[in-house]
Structures are given as structure tokens and as C-alpha cells.
Design a protein around this ligand. Structure first.
Ligand code: ADP
Ligand code: MG
Length: 257
């Protein structure tokens, strides 16, 4: 699969993905005492326990840990897909769990690009339409501008020749690239990815990782859950979660309880 990278386009497409006007290395995501307890027929299950972390603008954070350790729960706390049982998540000063559902959806659409393991493209829409959807939803770009922008984003991930195809007509790796293009639709400052390479072969996984790396160069902040320790090693900061506890943070050394 041939992928074009942002770095190669940085001069010609400088307005497509705007560099943040704010400087790097300032707190962007703050998590204080975040816990999540699921109520199950077998009783309460604590999936995340007193999670504390500050993520800085421009960081490329990987989150690793065994299956069931609480990685997706952590992601869901940040994206507002789920709410903590206690504690606070604030992003650029906005308290995620205090927003109502519609306010949250609008805020999420503008501020977070979310990438999933199984892509979650809408099967009845073309790639172009999939990428335009978040722009239509958030109404950020002028309607006349949206198709051109979606096309440019598909070009960035190497899919300009596939714009009219349905997701089922392309490979898994290409679907993930289309999902990344969709995540970039509203030019969010933060990309959250939950096992984005979990369903891809290692060569394709590497191409997807390279796109993320290029986005970091463009000033984005990325938090990526991964099973692949070789990819985690290539990020700027790695968190290890075990049994819902942040046991290691490469930014701070050991944090075990
Ligand atoms: P990971 O992403 O690291 O594999 P998850 O965050 O998905 O782990 O899950 C952490 C733990 O919480 C698991 O034991 C899982 O079974 C449990 N869990 C996740 N979601 C729910 C839920 N909605 N209800 C009950 N238990 C859940
Ligand atoms: Mg998970």
C-alpha cells in the first residue's frame, strides 16, 4: 500500500491541518483520581483505579497492558464515551464528564479524532462521504469546502484514487487509513486511537504508525493504545496499565502502589 506522508506535503498543504497556535509541552489532558467501577451481576468491578496523569501538547503517548487491564476504559474516559465513577478528566480546561450528551458530541467532534481497531466506517457510504460526515455533523467548514477537504485528507493517507469506493471494497489497512482521514476531518488537536493496528499486518501497521508520527510532527497530540511493544517503544511516552492501575509511566518512572 502506498502512503503519502504529511511531512512530504507540509509546504503545499499548509492550511489543511493547522499547527496549534499554542506552544507544545503545556498540559492538554489532565486526569485526576479517575476511577471506573462497572456494576456486574457478579458485583462491582473496578476497571480503572485512581488514575492520575497529565498529558502535554505534542506528546505521542502509547498505552500498553494485558487484555482486560483497563486500556479501553481509560480511552472511554478521555473521549467521554463513558463517564468515570469518580475523578475528573479535563481537556484544554473543559471538564469532559460535566458536559451533557449533545454538548459532548459537538465538543468531541471538534476536539478529538477517534480511531478504532475495527475502523467503524459506515458501510453504505463511500470513503469520501465517510470523511465528510464529521464536517457535516460539526458544521465547521463551509459546505462547499468539505468535499475538497475530504479529498485532500484521503490524499494524505494515500487513498485519493479510492474516494468513491465503499469500505468493503478496500483492504483493512486502507480502511484504517480512511478512518484516520475521517478522524482528521475537523482538524482536531488530539487523536485518540484504541488498538489502531490491532487488526493489521505488521507492514501495514508500520505505515499507519508513520502517519501518526507525521501528525505529531504537525503539532497533534496522540494517545494510542497498542498491543505492539515495538510500536510503543517508538512513541515519546509509554504508560503501562495492569488491573486498572497505572503501574508505569515512562515520563515519571514507576508509579506502582
Ligand atoms: P482492555 O481494553 O485493556 O482490554 P477494558 O478497558 O476493555 O480492557 O476492560 C477492563 C475490564 O473491565 C475488563 O475486565 C472488562 O471485562 C471490564 N469491563 C469493560 N467494560 C465493561 C462493562 N461495560 N461492564 C462490565 N465490565 C466491563
Ligand atoms: Mg481494549
Amino acid at each position: 500500500m502506498k502512503l503519502l506522508h504529511l511531512s512530504t506535503l507540509s509546504t503545499s498543504k499548509s492550511s489543511l491541518l493547522l499547527e496549534s497556535s499554542l506552544s507544545r509541552d503545556e498540559p492538554l489532558i489532565v486526569m485526576k483520581g479517575v476511577s471506573k467501577v462497572f456494576q456486574t451481576p457478579a458485583g462491582d468491578f473496578p476497571a480503572l483505579k485512581d488514575f492520575n496523569a497529565v498529558f502535554l501538547r505534542g506528546e505521542f503517548i502509547s498505552v500498553i497492558g494485558k487484555s482486560g487491564s483497563g486500556k479501553s476504559t481509560l480511552v472511554n474516559m478521555i473521549t467521554g464515551m463513558d463517564r468515570p465513577t469518580s475523578g475528573v478528566v479535563s481537556i484544554e480546561g473543559a471538564c469532559v464528564q460535566e458536559m451533557g450528551e449533545s454538548q459532548m458530541a459537538a465538543w468531541r467532534g471538534r476536539n478529538l479524532g477517534i480511531v478504532f481497531q475495527f475502523f467503524q466506517l459506515l458501510p453504505m457510504l463511500s470513503l469520501l462521504e465517510n470523511v465528510m460526515l464529521p464536517m457535516d455533523f460539526c458544521n465547521v467548514y463551509d459546505p462547499a469546502e468539505r468535499e475538497v477537504r475530504a479529498m485532500e485528507l484521503l490524499r494524505i493517507v494515500g487513498l485519493q484514487d479510492y474516494a468513491e469506493k465503499l469500505p468493503m471494497a478496500i483492504s483493512g489497512g486502507q480502511q484504517q487509513c480512511a478512518a484516520i482521514a475521517r478522524a482528521l476531518a475537523n482538524d482536531p488537536p488530539i487523536i485518540i486511537a484504541d488498538e489502531p493496528t490491532g487488526n493489521l499486518d505488521s507492514l501495514t501497521a508500520d505505515s499507519v504508525f508513520q502517519i501518526f508520527n507525521d501528525l505529531i510532527q504537525r503539532g497533534k497530540t496522540i494517545l494510542m493504545v497498542t498491543h505492539d511493544s515495538s510500536l510503543a517503544e517508538r512513541t515519546s511516552r509509554t504508560l503501562l496499565i495492569a488491573d486498572g492501575i497505572l503501574v508505569q509511566d515512562s515520563a515519571n518512572g514507576l508509579k506502582g502502589k
